[in-house]
Design a protein around this ligand. Structure first.
Ligand code: 3PG
Ligand code: MG
Length: 400
């Protein structure tokens, strides 16, 4: 099937060409080293392919939020060695992404060489998508590749402006991401289920509103389930809850009814009087039996089993956010159990499963199933905006 965007397959002969490749190298650091190199590994296929095809590979990326100022703590020179180690190739560092320093650095590169250019956000024009910066960056490259889905919700010079200025292509990682997202919510095989968890309804209102109109089953977990239970008149004790959003939650439930989306809220729950690991007050009860001094911290085992049965009848799953307070035992149980069911169904070829956003990757890694899902996105904010049904500027620009 032809894709609505160009890929590396459409680039033709790129020997000796200067190719600007937008990657997301915004990796977490701890004590001066990269603590999670997922994004560096995600960049690898595109970078190696371009280098092996004889391009001069110029990696554009941001690092942190330096607000248009040079800040040595946020210099991409810190990522050059770790990136080189992941790629197994030499990587040069060029101290600017535009202007004379960039021109001089690129002038000495040979076909197949790879360089990281300094943090695009050191220029105030980056986040403003300033045409002057777009022109200055375009001047140093012949072609543009966007491989940074996780930064595609930003309409910045290096994510959006350049795609409109130079011949633009999706990198391998971007391509995989867009294909997976298309399979999950664009033209999914039905029935479709979505899991939306996390602490607060307020951060995921747009996600929930978009999903109820699109999916057949919406499984709500985490703290946000409490707000829905409260809206339905269930006494949830001292559980985390946004009581002021009761009307909003009700409107979402009505919208789901109207569009034939089944909402799944927990009917048994794991509660405790304090939020601590394996507390003495831990118990499992029916959702209508929560005491005034207890809080709901996870979905109960009966509900999890019913959710697993619901998934068995589905063909597509989109997952964002944990079902319980999964970072503390034993409130990880529901998330782990349902993730394992989803993983097993995926392995059997019953289910296409796509997950992403914030805590989700950590939760799936904790459940030991991230590799079994059809696709796990490296994106946080971009994945959420996509789940909200928004058009991502960096993706739109690739569509021409
Ligand atoms: C991320 O880390 O989510 C992306 O790199 C985007 O970074 P930003 O939120 O600073 O734009
Ligand atoms: Mg972010």
């Amino acid at each position: 099937m032809t894709k609505p965007f160009k890929t590396l397959d459409d680039m033709g002969d790129i020997t000796g060409k200067a190719v600007l490749v937008r990657e997301d190298l915004n990796v977490p650091m701890q004590d001066g080293s990269v603590s999670d190199d997922t994004r560096l590994r995600a960049a690898m296929p595109t970078i190696l392919e371009l280098a092996d095809r004889g391009a001069r590979v110029l990696v554009l990326a941001h690092f942190g939020r330096p607000n248009g100022q040079k800040n040595p703590d946020m210099s991409l020179s810190r990522i050059t060695r770790p990136f080189s180690a992941v790629l197994g190739r030499e990587v040069q560092f060029i101290p600017d992404c535009a202007g004379q320093a960039a021109i001089d650095g690129i002038a000495v590169m040979r076909p197949g060489d790879i360089a990281i250019l300094e943090n695009t956000r050191f220029h105030a024009g980056e986040e403003k998508n300033d045409p002057a910066l777009v022109d200055a960056m375009a001047a140093i490259g012949d072609l543009y590749v966007n491989d940074a889905f996780s930064a595609a919700h930003r309409a910045h010079a290096s994510t959006e402006g350049l795609a409109r200025k130079l011949p633009a292509f999706a990198g391998r990682s971007m391509e995989k991401e867009l294909d997976a997202l298309q399979a999950a919510l664009g033209t999914p095989v039905k029935p479709v289920a979505a899991v939306v968890g996390g602490a607060k309804v307020s951060t995921k209102l747009d996600v929930l509103n978009n999903l109820v109109a699109q999916v057949d089953h919406l499984i709500i977990g985490g703290g946000m389930a409490n707000t829905f239970l409260h809206a339905r008149g269930v006494d949830i004790g001292k559980s985390l809850c946004e009581k002021d959003l009761a009307d909003t939650a009700e409107a979402i439930l009505d919208k789901a009814d109207a569009s034939g989306c089944v909402i799944h809220l927990p009917y048994d729950v794991v509660v405790a009087k304090e939020f601590a690991a394996n507390p003495a007050s831990l118990r499992t009860c029916n959702v209508h039996e929560v005491e005034a001094d207890e809080m709901i911290l996870d979905v109960g085992p009966a509900a999890v089993e019913a959710l697993g049965d619901a998934l068995k009848n589905c063909r597509t799953l989109v997952w964002n956010g944990p079902l319980g307070a999964f970072e503390i035992a034993p409130f990880d149980k529901a998330t782990v159990a349902l993730a394992q069911t989803a993983a097993a169904l995926t392995r059997e070829g019953q289910l296409t499963s796509v997950a992403g956003g914030g805590d989700t990757v950590a939760a799936l890694n904790h459940a030991g199933v991230a590799d079994d899902f059809t696709f796990v996105s490296t994106a946080g904010g971009a994945f959420l905006e996509w789940m909200e049904g928004k058009e991502l500027p960096g993706v739109k620009a690739l569509m021409g």
